[in-house]
Design a protein around this ligand. Structure first.
Ligand SMILES: NC(=O)c1ccc[n+]([C@@H]2O[C@H](COP(=O)([O-])OP(=O)(O)OC[C@H]3O[C@@H](n4cnc5c(N)ncnc54)[C@H](OP(=O)(O)O)[C@@H]3O)[C@@H](O)[C@H]2O)c1
Length: 267
């Protein structure tokens, strides 16, 4: 059974970072599968352009954008507060990799705020609508390039900042938080899974010094599969690469997952 047949109505998806390489491909593929798709973007001109391109490519007119800076808790909450109707799929995908250490206006290191807290804030803000829309799913776009998480220095205040290390930490955190959030949401019919998308040429990967040998569509394939295939409803709290479940050595320490989740809630 595909997700379309799990619901009487048109399934609704919200994709963060949907003006980026992988995010726009995810949004387009979901639109092609008949979803109503909301692109969560921080730049209006880019959002308008992406919506037009997706409508033109798919013929699906139920494609919209909403403005949100996911590195700011109040903006994630404001988006959830103005949300109307159900939400069946939330894809957390927005991320950033600034070469120099930067902070949000609230004084939070930008990669941690965007790539980690942004995921938590979106899941928390949308948890009620996801529950009332159940069966529903969250897909957290993480990476196989992960590690170096220091629970005592999440914002690189003690360690010297490099964007590679801050990025690897953030993607480890996304995988750990997937388990912590799954524990809380799956009893309500909301699955939460994480994945590596693919190696794709993008602003994010270029900042890290990488190109990418896969197309945006290839990068979107695993997130879209988790969002639409029955496996994404059967499995929860798991990590996937190339459409297959993979052991996640970073998410096996339950106490650490919980400590990280509680640390995120304190922001
Ligand atoms: N590319 C790869 O090889 C690769 C490999 C493994 C994992 N990933 C993961 O795939 C995901 C997408 O990456 P990508 O390669 O597609 O990167 P990208 O092309 O640079 O796209 C990143 C997207 O995130 C948005 N964004 C950044 N900060 C934001 C904020 N504060 N609020 C709202 N949106 C924000 C960007 O918006 P703007 O368009 O306004 O800048 C852009 O739409 C990330 O989670 C990344 O970690 C990528």
């Amino acid at each position: 059974m595909s997700i379309s047949s799990e619901h009487d109505q048109t399934p609704v998806a919200l994709v963060t970072g949907a003006t980026g390489a992988i995010g726009q491909a995810i949004a387009r593929q979901l639109a092609a599968k008949g979803f109503e798709v909301v692109l969560a973007c921080r730049n209006q001109a880019k959002g308008e352009r992406a919506v037009q391109e997706i409508k033109q490519a798919t013929g699906n007119e139920q494609v919209h954008y909403e403005l949100v800076d996911v590195s700011r808790k109040a903006e994630a909450q404001a988006l959830a507060d103005r949300w109307q109707g159900p939400l069946h799929v939330l894809i957390n995908n927005a991320a950033t990799t600034p070469r120099q250490r930067q902070e949000t206006p609230e004084g939070i290191e930008l990669q941690f705020a965007t790539n980690v807290l942004g995921y938590v804030w979106m899941m928390e803000a949308f948890s009620d609508v996801l529950k009332t829309s159940a069966p529903s799913r969250v897909v957290n776009v993480a990476s196989y390039w992960a590690g170096d998480l220091d629970l005592d220095d999440l914002e690189f205040k003690r360690r010297r900042y490099t964007n590679g290390q801050a990025y690897r930490q953030s993607k480890q955190a996304d995988r750990m938080l997937t388990v912590a959030m799954s524990k809380r949401l799956s009893p309500h019919g909301v699955t939460v899974n994480a994945c590596h998308p693919g190696d794709v040429n993008s602003s994010l990967s270029n900042n890290l010094g990488f190109g990418g040998h896969e197309s945006p569509d290839q990068g979107a394939a695993t997130p879209v599969w988790l969002a639409t295939d029955p496996v994404g409803q059967e499995k929860t709290g798991k990590y996937f690469e190339h459409r297959s479940e993979s052991r996640d050595r970073f998410a096996e320490d339950e106490a650490a997952n919980e400590e990280l989740y509680q640390a995120c809630l304190a922001y």
